[in-house]
Design a protein. Sequence first.
Length: 135
Amino acid sequence: MRKIEHIGIAVKDLGKAELVYQKLLGVTPYKREIVESEHVTTSFFRVGPNKIELLESFNEESALSKFIEKRGEGIHHIAFDVPDIQKEMDRLKKEGYQLIHDQPKPGADNKLICFVHPKSCNGVLIELCQEIKDD
């Protein structure tokens, strides 16, 4: 793992949360994106080398909706940049970590993603992110 790629924050109302973080960080979001596979709309902010991802669910049955129902709004996950997601997934499996996905899948912000179950990481949901290279 090379660095923290972003911190994901679960929100109930993306528009309201964008205003909060826009005032807090002093910048506007650089991207809004729908991730159908996760049933979320995301909004990304960049401050220096750091990124914040706000996530709002558009499906009451999604994992994010269940997270907010159980824990409320707040930090949802920490994402790490990896050079080779499949290699990192294989390494973590060998180390005994429980992965939520068997294969990497497309995520927001031009990334392949995979989540590591919070039970394997002291209650923290970890996301692996690999930049999708345009050939």
